[in-house]
Design a protein around this ligand. Sequence first.
Ligand SMILES: [Zn+2]
Ligand SMILES: [Zn+2]
Length: 253
Amino acid sequence: MRIEIVGHDEAHHGSQFLISYLCDQRVAIDAGGIGELAPLSRQFQIEDVFLTHAHLDHTATLPVFLDNVFNPGPECVRLHGLRATLQVLQQDMFNNRLWPDFIALSTPQNRFLETHELEPERAVTAGHLKLTPVLLRHVIPTVGYLVSDERSTVAFISDTLPTDRIWELARACPNLKAVFLEVSFPNAMTWLAEAAAHLTPDTFRTELAKLGRDVPVVAIHLKPRFRSELEREIHALQLPQIQIGRAGQVFEF
Ligand SMILES: [Zn+2]
Ligand SMILES: [Zn+2]
């Protein structure tokens, strides 16, 4: 499975300001940055977008992306999210004030998007990939994903406080090949990490211990403002399986 951290490394020194990942080029997890992918043909390749939650760093370029890929006709992008996530988008984004109501504008003849409500722990098939959403612990309803093809499973765990269920399910995957795990604030800002429902390097380490085996781990969702401090604290964990994700980086699992 090919996983890409969407973003521009050259300009941002590895920081990912807006969050999205591409799985085999055609499935996006989150829509923070996909509306900026260049060339535009890369956006046309995306057929399914799976949202973790509604926060703006994960949805910011969704309106632009849908505008970019709209092609008059019945074919359109499928947008998957929890009911709570889709409700926020309908009420706060596609409301004809912030952006046209692409949901109401979609008719069987001309569709901007098709929304699909996710049920926690019910797998959804998108092309050759299968995605299982699993509830995390964030300030609004949020899911992580287990993404599988015929050979591999990769876990995406972001945004969250310490959690258990997704680790239990990840442990049960014999072909788990990698974990992408959030770590947002340095240890000195534990108070803010707790208030904003995120991990620090300390809680990142205790979360990883729940997996009970070594697979490659990619640290993601580092707040750009604290990136160098976070890099120091993550290196100090001295866990060889961990690497720090960089914007634009591509992995093959
Ligand atoms: Zn969030
Ligand atoms: Zn976030």
